[in-house]
Ligand binder design. Structure first.
Ligand SMILES: [Ca+2]
Length: 190
């Protein structure tokens, strides 16, 4: 993809919350947001093929190479294990993906996310980096990541991801009640 869709800089309306006492966040999986005109379901995905060892190298590569566009991903709830094609394309190893679109927040508040990944990943919401685990690693899940949202609505989400070898995973979960569960497909658009 020569025209990168990644958004640079912060977008008003989101901040990362580092203080304790998250009183207001409440993800609600039962919400059924309406997508704005022109939005389609799922997240857009552009694939690149190579032996990447850092998310920055994926972006550098993507800035000068064409992508293979995949079908939209309904959400991010993947534990591929070993020997299985990565996401919704045919290769099992040495795959990178730029995943872009929007995520819906039904109300202002501080939302708690976790990201599980293998290998490298960077997640930005509203133009702010929420998590970076940039280099190859086994399956692991981030600490809870507070994201403070100032207004209800759709915010941009951008994920840089790569799978090098062996097993792979990528999950984006948020806290609903006391549990973390995959952000539902109804809350993504592109
Ligand atoms: Ca791997």
């Amino acid at each position: 993809m020569m025209g990168l869709k990644l958004i640079l800089g912060a977008v008003a309306g989101v901040s990362l919350a580092f203080a304790s006492g998250f009183a207001t966040g409440s993800a609600n999986a039962a919400d059924a947001p309406m997508r704005d005109d022109g939005m389609q379901a799922g997240l857009a995905v552009d694939y690149y093929y190579g032996d990447f060892d850092h998310v920055d190298k994926v972006l550098e590569y993507a800035s000068r190479k064409d992508s293979a566009q995949g079908a939209p991903l309904v959400n991010l709830d993947f534990r591929g294990g070993a020997g299985k094609p990565v996401l919704n394309q045919k290769h099992k190893d040495f795959v990178a993906a730029l995943i872009t679109g929007y995520i819906y927040f039904s109300a202002p508040g501080t939302y708690m996310f976790k990201v599980r990944s293998n290998d490298g990943v960077r997640v930005a919401i509203g133009g702010l980096t929420v998590l970076e685990d940039a280099k190859p690693h086994p399956d692991r899940t981030s600490d809870p990541l507070p994201v403070k949202v100032s207004a209800a609505g759709w915010l941009p989400i951008e994920i840089v991801y790569f799978e090098r070898k062996g097993s792979w995973s990528i999950e984006l979960t948020w806290q609903v009640g006391s549990d973390f569960s995959a952000v539902p497909a109804s809350h993504f658009a592109h």
